[in-house]
Design a protein around this ligand. Structure first.
Ligand code: ADP
Length: 575
């Protein structure tokens, strides 16, 4: 194993000293000789490189399909072998643009085969794919393209209205590569068409040997307060994340993996890497993420496994409810997370469609999958409702990760399913710092990542998130879980979405208020909601008000934007 000793970093510290700074807790348990005495080799000192996983998949499954939906709705079909040639040409073309290993490459794109090509052309060669969240505000997009130091940015036609006004303020970007349109269609300087770029490029040969600790991807958090923070995924972190994800939620060559979660957010939860390494068919849905378009793909392409945020699957649930003849029998399970998954949704997909919703939790900072709600063996024989008690949690930490909960003083709390505190996590695919950002010191402490999520951990090891720390509701000194109340409201058959926030109250300090979206054409009152909830949550957890809205405000990554909700209704309980 590479101990890191002697590898000089840019800051002049050797690798071991840097690790000692970052992971004192872990290193304290190692013998004094660690990293100092020469070790016999024992095993090949073989770096954990993504190109190893990639090369195997292409060699063994050259005819495995990659399907991608074009902006006009037509379907592009290719396979691993053809794509490999294009990826190798793209590598040479990037070198021709002066983009060398270690240089970042920006993307503003949906989930498509070309985005997949950029993912792998960078991962295989030590270049860095910087996926820009297209739903950020223009100023945030400008900030992160500048902050990541992108010199070339790949962009789709749909994003031109966003980036054209920014280009003058991004002098570092020498070239804009147009993924699905022609240079004549834009005012962007240095614009090149993607197909022109790779047409005459000579395919690159052997993948280079890289330092496994080198970055291959930059992902930025959405930054609801302040500028987004960048996280650099490394060869090593994504390699380990990929193998663990395959083992923990098995996918293989017979699978057809459809990443609905965007490739511009947390690497589409790693599915382009996981799916490829597993040799699975890949189905990229492109721009249209409507329920009907996704069900068309599931049915037409025989998708077996997918992943996306709850709002996507809730829309599919309601669509399937109204269109019971649609066939989803190919799909055995999908990952769902990014925000809490309603119990009622897990129940619906299992009972009505035989589909297992696998609740997962993660963050941009965790590469991103960290926990998954798999059942323990003894639970397999339990009745469904009892199983649901665990399937609705955020799940068990993936092998390789350690979690703990701490109180406000940082004291560790028991895993008894009662005590709740901030979730801390550590492991080989957990960020040790933000990219060139002094805010690292607040979040990465003593070798642990402070998640900002408040949770309990059951004696069986299941993590149950009750709130983000900034969304916790304090009423009369007692604490209310907004996620638990939302979950119950979303179990109401006529409700499609519900967000619960704490609003200032003259007597109780804060009281919960629910924003509720009901199905089109349906009438529901606050009294209906209150009587539905009564008996299902503690009386004093019942929201003081139900505000019926057409849509709950959401962040760029599809989470309820509770800050916006609190601001919009700040006076509601002050009367
Ligand atoms: P961003 O912060 O940019 O929106 P992230 O994916 O990094 O995107 O967000 C991570 C946060 O999302 C977590 O800290 C947690 O609050 C929330 N989250 C993710 N998955 C779940 C889940 N399954 N249940 C509840 N909250 C979740």
């Amino acid at each position: 194993m590479d101990t890191g000793a002697g590898a000089d970093g840019a800051d002049g510290m050797d690798g071991l000293a840097r690790q000692q700074e970052v992971l004192p807790g872990l290193l304290a348990t190692l013998p004094d000789s660690y990293g100092k005495e020469p070790m016999p080799p024992h095993m090949l000192d073989y770096p954990l490189l993504l190109s190893t996983l990639y090369e195997r998949a292409v060699r063994i499954y050259p005819h495995q399909e990659i399907v991608s939906v074009n902006p006009d709705g037509s379907v592009h079909r290719t396979d691993y072998g053809e794509t490999d040639l294009r990826i190798r040409k793209l590598v040479s073309a990037l070198a021709g643009l002066g983009i060398e290993p270690g240089d970042p490459v920006g993307t503003l794109a949906f989930n498509t085969h070309r985005h997949h090509e950029v993912y792998w052309a960078t991962a295989n060669t030590g270049r860095i794919c910087h996926t820009v969240n297209i739903r950020l505000f223009p100023e945030q997009i400008r900030y992160i393209v500048d902050h990541a130091r992108d010199r070339v940015v790949f962009v789709e036609r749909s994003q031109l209205p966003t980036v054209e006004p920014l280009a003058a303020d991004l002098p570092g970007v020498a070239n804009w590569v147009l993924m699905d349109c022609e240079p004549s269609e834009t005012s962007l300087p240095g614009a090149i068409g993607y197909e022109d770029l790779i047409a005459d490029a000579a395919p690159a040969g052997e993948w280079p040997q890289l330092d496994e600790r080198s970055p291959h991807m930059y992902c930025y958090t959405s930054g609801t307060t302040g500028n987004p923070k960048g996280v650099a995924y490394t060869q090593r972190s994504t390699y380990l994340h990929t193998l663990t994800a395959i083992a923990y939620r098995p996918v293989g060559p017979p699978d057809n993996v459809m990443p609905v979660v965007p490739m511009f957010h947390a690497a589409a939860w790693g599915l382009p890497f996981t799916g490829t390494a597993a040799g699975a068919k890949l189905t990229y849905p492109g721009e249209d993420l409507s329920a009907v378009a996704l069900v068309d793909l599931i049915e037409g392409e025989q998708v077996t496994f997918s992943a996306g945020v709850p709002t996507v699957w809730l829309a599919i649930q309601h669509y399937l409810d109204a269109n019971p003849d649609r066939d989803t029998s190919s799909i055995h399970s999908f990952l769902c997370g990014g925000s809490a998954v309603p119990r009622a949704m897990i129940d619906w997909f299992w009972r009505n469609r035989g589909i297992r919703v696998v609740h997962a939790w993660g963050m941009t900072e965790t590469n991103p999958l960290a926990t998954m709600a798999n059942l323990r063996p003894e639970m397999e024989s339990w009745d469904w409702e009892r199983q649901l008690d665990f399937l609705e949690t955020q799940g068990l930490p993936a092998p390789g990760l350690r979690v703990k909960i701490v109180d406000d003083e940082g004291e560790e709390l028991p895993h008894d399913g009662e005590a709740f505190g901030e979730l801390l996590i550590q492991g080989p695919w957990i960020a040790a710092e933000y990219l060139r950002d002094p805010r690292s010191a607040e979040t990465m402490v003593d070798g642990w990542l402070r998640t900002g999520d408040v949770c309990k951990i059951t004696p069986e090891g299941y993590v149950r998130i009750t709130d983000r720390s900034k969304d916790v509701i304090k009423s009369g000194g007692e604490w209310i879980s907004s996620i638990d109340v939302e979950n119950v409201i979303m179990g109401h058959p006529k409700v499609t979405e519900a967000a619960v926030v704490g609003l200032a109250h003259p007597k109780w300090q804060e009281r919960p208020v629910a924003l509720v979206v009901v199905q089109a054409g349906v009438q529901v009152t606050g009294e209906d909601m209150a009587s539905y909830l009564s008996g299902k949550v503690a009386r004093w957890w019942l929201p003081d008000e139900y505000v019926f809205v057409d849509e709950v405000p959401k962040t760029s990554t599809g989470k309820f934007d509770k800050k916006v909700i609190r601001d919009a209704y700040s006076d509601l309980l002050q009367r």
